[in-house]
Design a protein around this ligand. Structure first.
Ligand code: 4NP
Length: 148
């Protein structure tokens, strides 16, 4: 059975599209998707800075489109990886069962990197997106290795 993995951030245009693209690339047999806790950018493509850093690593994320995280996603996914603590609180606020809550983890914490956030790069420069890519790649690799 394929794993069902959902990557979640605030806008679903910067961090979670990268995590989605990286994890799909690492685990092509699994179902990987992403969503955001805010409705600001619903229907938008990923931020051009995320598209660019992904492309530099031969990952195409241009087919993604931002969508809102909803309570129905708890049934659709086994692992819900959030980028920061605010995402965690926002996702957990929609949980209805302990089983729902158990599916939600900080991406970095699930990777054994401690209670570390993937920092929001939206208001910064391109360097922030490079840092996000490197951190997300490391975390996704570590999670993949944990499962192998
Ligand atoms: P993301 O980044 O949560 O990584 O997609 C952001 C995107 C948009 C906004 C904030 C963060 N915004 O405030 O519009």
């Amino acid at each position: 059975m394929p794993r069902r993995i959902l990557m979640v951030c605030l806008g679903n245009i910067c961090r979670s599209p990268l995590a989605h693209g990286v994890m799909s690339d690492l685990l092509p047999e699994d179902i990987v998707d992403s969503a955001g806790t805010s409705s600001y950018h619903i229907g938008s493509p990923p931020d051009p800075r995320s598209v660019s850093i992904a492309k530099q690593h031969n990952i195409d994320i241009t087919n993604q489109s931002a969508r809102l995280f909803t309570a129905s996603h708890f049934a659709d996914f086994d692992h819900i990886y959030v980028m920061d603590q605010q995402n965690y609180r926002d996702v957990i606020s929609l949980a209805q069962t302990q089983n729902d809550i158990n599916k939600v983890e900080l991406l970095c914490e699930a990777a054994g990197l401690g209670k570390l956030a993937v920092p929001d790069p939206y208001y910064g420069g391109v360097d922030g997106f490079k840092d996000v890519f490197d951190l997300v790649k490391n975390a996704c690799l570590r999670i993949k290795n944990k499962w192998n």
